[in-house]
Design a protein around this ligand. Structure first.
Ligand code: KG4
Ligand code: ZN
Length: 346
């Protein structure tokens, strides 16, 4: 089954052709980074206008690169949540139009679930596993038992991990988008130059929940307080120390969740899953023989349409189609977490 994937939830205008949920024939991404760079953040109005201008060219390119005839696709998968409403509407309406013109079904896809699916595109990854989603808008630790069977164990209670990377970079004027810049800069810095405290979460939160707003504020406003007094307070040291703190606090939850659930596989997705420190920390777990570790190549960590087409295939195969009345939503679709609560409590 050949699926066309369309992704326009934020600032990447993307289309891909994927066969049977695994074989990527093409994966085209037109990035708007340059256009948003002067504002040091995504401007929603600008993003949706650019998607409107670019979407048909990007889809055409994906079909051409796949070397297929557009009539040969069996269905369309399109992101309809969560994201910027104006941007999502461009992709969704394009998909609806194409679906009507070709007489092929379409399915609306949750972007977050698609990030969690991305490791399947390049790996033989069996269920169940511990799923890790680290992106600009979300930070989730979950048990994944099937493509549509996801139990959330913990999330951020405030800022997403990627948001913290972006805000720290913005404050110190390091470059845009912040995550990749901090990652690169951190390679030359001392991760022990600043020792940031770990957030202590109140008992009302789940034990795998994380918090990033305190760390972000400490790095931005209270740096002097955490300086070890020995190293120069340069940007590389700030980047390395912040990155170290951000990844370490996440990894502590991951290690704990693996131990307590007994899961033997862990898979990660989302933009921050491209981070060098994160990837090496996860690899350490597999080197120790604790678990098998899976993550997508860097290009499939950040926003792309291959993950949308890949996940879409499983719904379309089940003949689960969306109606033309489908709309967009800024919110993530509900994940279950009841089973987890019963078994493990908070
Ligand atoms: O998954 P994604 O492309 O979009 C969302 O769904 O949010 O993630 C974007 C986030 C941004 O916050 C970006 O700064 C971060 O991923 N990011 C990174 C790296 N590459 C992208 N963060 C840390 N290290 C990286 N190498
Ligand atoms: Zn994303």
């Amino acid at each position: 089954m050949i699926v066309l994937g369309i992704e326009t939830s934020c600032d990447e205008c993307a289309a891909a052709i994927v066969e049977d949920g695994r074989t990527v024939f093409s994966n085209c991404i037109a990035s708007q980074i340059k256009m948003h760079e002067p504002y040091q953040g995504v401007v929603p109005e600008l993003a949706s206008r650019l998607h409107t201008e670019w979407i048909s060219k990007v889809v055409e390119k994906s079909v051409k690169e796949a070397g297929i005839d557009l009539c040969k696709i069996d269905g369309i998968a399109v992101t309809n949540r969560p994201g910027l409403s104006g941007s999502l509407l461009v992709g969704l309406n394009f998909a609806k139009g194409l679906s009507a013109a070709l007489g092929k079904p379409f399915i609306g896809i949750d972007h977050i679930r698609a990030h969690l699916y991305a490791p399947h595109l390049e790996n033989n990854l069996e269920y169940p596993y511990l799923g890790l989603l680290l992106s600009g808008g979300h930070t989730i630790i979950c048990r994944v038992s099937g493509f549509d069977d996801i139990d959330v164990l913990g999330t951020t209670i405030d800022d997403a991990i990627g948001e913290a990377f972006d805000k720290v970079a913005k404050y110190y004027n390091l470059g845009y988008p912040g995550g990749a810049v901090i990652d690169k800069l951190a390679c030359t810095g001392n991760p022990d130059a600043f020792k940031f405290p770990e957030p202590k979460l109140k008992s009302m939160y789940r034990k795998y929940d994380v918090s990033y707003s305190g760390l972000k504020t400490a790095v931005i406003n209270q740096l002097d307080k955490f300086w070890n007094g020995k190293d120069e307070k340069n940007h590389a040291n700030i980047a390395a120390s912040f990155q170290n703190a951000a990844i370490s606090l996440f990894m502590k939850r991951v290690t704990m969740a693996l131990k307590e659930t007994g899961l033997i596989r862990v898979a990660a997705g989302g933009g921050v899953a491209a981070n060098t420190k994160f990837r090496s920390s996860l690899r350490q777990l597999s080197d120790q023989g604790v678990v098998q570790v899976f993550f997508p190549s860097t290009q499939l960590c950040t926003d792309n349409a291959a993950m949308i087409a890949g996940l879409g295939y499983h719904y379309l195969k089940r003949k689960e189609y969306s109606k033309y009345s489908l709309s967009v939503s800024a919110r993530v679709s509900a994940f279950k977490s009841s089973a987890w609560k019963k078994q493990w409590g908070r």
